[in-house]
Design a protein. Structure first.
Length: 317
């Protein structure tokens, strides 16, 4: 497969997953903002969302130091000055898909192009906080439609592997950021840990990653921070857990190695990361500090994405 084709397929998945994560972050902020003020923590729920999204500086330059809900919604969903906004991600995913149209099935292309065509009427509608759940649901449905078309129609060849590498590099980064919202909301006080607001925030996080019922099946009704963190970090059965993402990355890199007959630096890296995480306990992670662990994982995950790009001769966006 040409490296340029591999690059486009890789980034289709990353942009679709990133758009979905921006929507999930907005959903977390919306749900948490419905609770009584918790300003003892980070400046506000919306400031925590910007910090976890990694786009606080860009937001401040355009909207100022006060993160109002309407401005955060605009920045993360509609704003073309934000490279990671939902609108930008959907447009970039479609552009990458158009560049490799012959490598995609008609079902995958229709899902990508349909999402792109929906953007104009969505952007034209009046903006209000009441519409935010609708926008988040639309983005998650689009992600599910694209993913479903890929799983249901794409041949299990190299293109499928590069798409999945994109998905799971991006998902590992995004799950870390979603969990980290909880840290930012409570920083620097822990007075509310174990209280009703704390429990609501953790279960909100589960709902935002569509894992509330799955957690209940796996752990019962005890929604403790340690168990939820374990589920989203170390449980390989959870499709958004960090360990599951590394399992999938190792699998798809292994398939590419079998095709090409040579190991790569990315495969060596993901094997080390996967083995280290599988050997860890949630107590080890909490002792290190949840925020510190997540920051380290985000950095390592970014280096893994760069190694994949280098090994297969395509660039970073």
């Amino acid at each position: 497969m040409l490296s340029r084709t591999a690059e486009n397929l890789f980034w289709i998945a990353r942009y679709v997953e990133r758009a979905e994560t921006m929507a999930r972050l907005l959903e977390v902020g919306y749900r948490m903002a419905m609770m009584p003020s918790i300003a003892q923590g980070y400046r506000s729920e919306w400031a925590s969302i910007l910090a976890s999204a990694g786009s606080a500086d860009g937001f401040t330059q355009k909207y100022g130091d006060t993160p109002r809900q309407a401005d955060v919604e605009a920045w993360l969903f509609f704003d073309r000055d934000n490279p990671a906004s939902v609108v930008n991600c959907v447009e970039h995913a479609r552009q990458n898909g158009r560049a490799v149209r012959t490598a995609l099935t008609s079902e995958v292309w229709d899902a990508l192009n349909g999402g792109y065509l929906d953007l104009a009427p969505l952007s034209a509608q009046p903006r209000s906080s009441a519409r935010l759940p609708e926008l988040c649901d639309w983005t998650k449905r689009l992600g599910a439609q694209v993913r479903g078309a890929i799983e249901g129609t794409l041949q299990r060849r190299e293109g499928y592997d590069f798409i999945n590498l994109g998905y799971f590099v991006e998902r590992g980064d995004n799950t870390s950021r979603l969990i980290d919202v909880k840290y930012f909301v409570l920083l620097p006080t822990t007075d509310m840990v174990g209280g009703s607001i704390d429990s609501y925030q953790w279960t909100t996080l589960l709902r935002a990653v569509s894992a509330y019922r799955a957690f209940h099946w796996a752990y019962g009704g005890e929604y403790t921070p340690a168990k939820i963190a374990h589920f989203l970090i170390l449980n390989p059965a959870c499709p958004r857990s960090l360990l599951h993402c590394l399992d999938e990355l190792q699998h798809h890199l292994g398939r590419l190695i079998s095709s090409h007959g040579a190991s790569t630096s990315a495969h060596v890296m993901v094997t080390r990361m996967r083995d280290e995480l599988a050997a860890a306990s949630i107590e080890d992670i909490l002792d290190e500090g949840l925020h510190e662990f997540l920051t380290r994982h985000i950095d390592e995950n970014a280096r893994l994405g760069a190694a994949i790009a280098s090994d297969y001769l395509f660039g970073a966006h």
